[in-house]
Design a protein. Structure first.
Length: 160
């Protein structure tokens, strides 16, 4: 019973952050996405690519299949912004975000309560026995917070 409530709360938070992020993306122009969120910091285009790559990495971590955007790993996860790595145009990233978020949210919604409390793919069976809190649900919590953090940065790009 309590597990079902906790999972429901986590999924509600995920859905709420996804909805907020979608709305935020409609408020930022493609030109604004090329700006740094503050002097010397990441550009909006980089943060969007970073969030696509991070969300896409949930797929194998949660046992939902392979990544759809493995080529985003180097420019958006392993490399800093403005490092000279080629990256897609803002319009392409917006479309990729939409496609990825719809598929991922659909897959996430189909996981059972038991699935959420099972181990994710980055932890060994031995370690999971010692640390059962390192489960799929904990990954969803941290990724939801991660996305909200970067959404807060991107909100700085919106012209009032």
């Amino acid at each position: 019973m309590h597990e079902e409530i906790v999972v429901k709360l986590a999924l509600n938070n995920w859905d709420r952050e996804m909805t907020r992020f979608e709305k935020l993306l409609t408020e930022i122009s493609n030109e604004e996405m090329l700006n740094e969120v503050s002097p010397g910091k990441n550009r909006g285009v980089y943060l969007l690519g970073h969030l696509i790559a991070a969300a896409d990495s949930l797929r194998p971590l949660l046992g939902l299949g392979d990544k759809n955007y493995p080529d985003y790993e180097i420019p958006f996860i392993k490399t800093a912004d403005k490092s000279g790595q080629p990256m897609p145009q803002v319009e392409v990233l917006r479309e990729e975000w939409k496609k990825n978020s719809v598929v991922l949210s659909d897959q996430i919604s189909k996981l059972s309560v038991e699935d959420w409390f099972s181990k994710h793919s980055s932890i060994s069976e031995e370690d999971f026995v010692k640390e059962p809190h390192r489960n799929k649900l904990s990954v969803l919590f941290t990724r939801t917070i991660h996305q909200a953090y970067h959404a807060g940065q991107l909100a700085l790009l919106v012209k009032k």
